[in-house]
Write a protein of this length. Structure first.
Length: 107
């Protein structure tokens, strides 16, 4: 029922697209019971634009909308995904950013 409401209209489709962009990066996340959560990744080019250049070791190119939502530009930056209370490479810390990439990343 919710998806049928979201499927109507252009704004609803943009909202659904933004929701998918927020969820998809975590389907391949290292967070969970297996694998490391941060700590082994490089901080080189951290938070840099990854539209045309690859990210450093241990980083993921994450696509998201900023504070303007789907009306704004699609932002792509190199991020290190982390679990709650994970140890991120020094001097970064695991946390969330309101207008940044979805979920927890090393900041």
């Amino acid at each position: 029922m919710l998806l049928s409401k979201l499927a109507r209209g252009g704004r609803a489709k943009a909202t659904l697209a933004a929701l998918l962009l927020a969820v998809v990066p975590f389907l391949s996340s290292n967070c969970g019971s297996s694998g490391p959560c941060g700590g082994e990744a490089s901080t080189a080019r951290l938070h840099a634009d990854c539209s045309n250049e690859p990210c450093a070791t241990g980083q993921t190119c994450m696509a998201y909308y900023g504070v303007a939502g789907a009306q704004g530009p699609l932002i792509k930056t190199c991020e290190i995904q982390c679990c709650d209370n994970a140890v991120c490479p020094s001097p970064t810390q695991c946390g969330t950013t309101v207008d940044g990439p979805p979920g927890n990343t090393c900041r």
